[in-house]
Design a protein around this ligand. Structure first.
Ligand SMILES: Cc1cc2nc3c(=O)[nH]c(=O)nc-3n(C[C@H](O)[C@H](O)[C@H](O)COP(=O)(O)O)c2cc1C
Length: 418
């Protein structure tokens, strides 16, 4: 396909050939990995968080949540920051910047006090970082002076951001924790300290499974386990919610955001862009499927843009934001009664079972044909559409006005393609 669209974007004044970056994690913690991801087409990385000393990690350190018929949807890790000291990481970053001058080297850093933040900011800038990302958000640090405990304390976020700004001349991004009800509060503190942007989200505190063999959490570390970070497809809804809340806050609306959390496909990427993200970061789907997923993400994004007549990313970044409104402002005048398409229905009966046991008992199964029939009891909740295993077999049908409401134009979603 001839290129009529431009996937490049200037993020914080740094030219990125595309918005797809690896997020700080084991997917980008040494020279060989990052060289490979650059060769395969990623626009940049946020290098695995560099601390002063290497971490002492536990084993095993991963667990997951599964649904039948698919890989895992959610992933838990008990890993901290880099296992190497800052000097070793600085050398790797220096080599990568020299060998890949057009790729973007973001470097994630984390200190335990002002001196450490200052040293890391100075040394990573000297090593060639194009941007610094401040890790205020790892939820499983063994020191409470680091990670999400800091990210939940606006005063510390502001103080450490200011120290970093005083010790670097490259853009500074504060990476926020979702283990908080209002991310806007520490985000504003970061901006007050001089942050140029926010990245969101880091992982969500979790216990994925209890091991029935050892009567403990998973993963089992010598019979014990810990609360720690959850990521992957399962966290995308939470990541999108935080992104929207940041972009809809009047004081933060103009602060650029790098979107993270459950990005697996080009559709996920477009969703983050439509809610205002200017840069996209990925870890868990790379851990599951490898660096090559970037090829599909770039192709899909390009086709989406061609189909919609967008020539640059900025043509549609943030375009969905005006359509996210408070619950109390939603139009509640009507019910959209679903339509079951006989030609696609496989007569499995799942719509009727869910509607009877979990809905409004509005679907009957025709005795001889097993055909589902929607009755007058339907309230238009669309549980049937959500549980139907055949894409497109149940779609929104007709509008039924509630008594006393005045009919007006209504926008309806007609196609469900995933
Ligand atoms: C194994 C693992 C290690 C991680 N290490 C870091 C880290 O060192 N620094 C950091 O800022 N985030 C770290 N993260 C968080 C990711 O960068 C990312 O914010 C989170 O996983 C959500 O994105 P995802 O759903 O694409 O994985 C780590 C995540 C995982 C799964």
């Amino acid at each position: 396909m001839s290129k009529k669209v431009d996937l490049s974007i200037d993020f914080l004044g740094v030219h990125c050939e595309n918005p797809f970056f690896l997020s700080s994690s084991p997917v980008c913690h040494n020279y060989e990995m990052i060289a490979k991801c650059f060769d395969l087409g990623w626009g940049g990385v946020f290098y695995k968080t560099v601390g002063i000393n290497g971490m002492n990690e536990c084993s095993p350190r991963f667990d997951n949540v599964r649904k039948e018929d698919c890989g895992f949807v959610g992933f838990k890790n008990m890993e901290q920051i880099s296992e190497h000291c800052w000097q070793e990481n600085a050398e790797i970053i220096r080599r990568l910047k020299h060998d890949y001058p057009t790729k973007v080297m973001g470097v994630s850093i984390m200190g335990a006090n002002e001196e450490e933040w200052a040293l890391l900011a100075r040394e990573m800038t000297k090593a060639g970082a194009d941007m610094l990302e401040l890790n205020f958000s790892c939820p499983q640090m063994t020191s409470h002076a680091m990670g999400s405990d800091v990210g939940q304390t606006p005063e510390l976020v502001e103080k450490y951001t200011r120290v970093v700004k005083q010790n670097t001349n490259v853009p500074v991004i504060a990476k926020m924790t979702p283990n908080i009800s209002h991310m806007e509060v520490p985000s504003k503190a970061a901006v007050k300290g001089g942050a140029d942007a926010i990245s969101s989200i880091n992982t969500i505190k979790s216990i994925c499974n209890i091991d029935l063999e050892n009567i403990t959490g998973m993963p089992v570390v010598n019979g014990k386990s810990s609360i720690s970070g959850y990521s992957g497809a399962a966290v995308k809804p939470i990541a999108l919610r935080f992104l929207a809340q940041l972009k809809m806050d009047k004081d933060l609306a103009n602060v650029p955001v790098s979107g993270i959390g459950g990005i697996e496909t080009w559709q996920d990427a477009v969703e983050f862009l439509l809610l205002g993200a200017e840069n996209l970061q990925v870890t868990t789907s790379v851990m599951q499927y490898g660096y090559r997923i970037v090829e599909d993400m770039k192709d899909g994004l390009e086709i989406f843009m061609l189909e919609h007549g967008f020539t640059s990313l900025r043509d549609f970044i943030g375009k969905a934001l005006p359509n996210i409104i408070p619950c109390e402002d939603l139009d509640r005048d009507f019910q959209i009664i679903p339509e079951i398409h006989d030609d696609l229905c496989v007569r499995c009966g799942r719509c009727a079972i869910s509607c009877f046991d979990g809905g409004h008992q509005a679907i009957e199964i025709e005795k001889d044909t097993r055909k589902p029939i929607i009755t007058d009891k339907c309230v238009g909740c669309h549980l049937c559409l959500n549980v139907c295993p055949v894409l497109g077999a149940i779609t929104p049908g007709f509008i039924k006005w509630k008594p006393g409401r005045t009919p007006h134009d209504v926008i309806i979603k007609h196609t469900y393609d995933r």
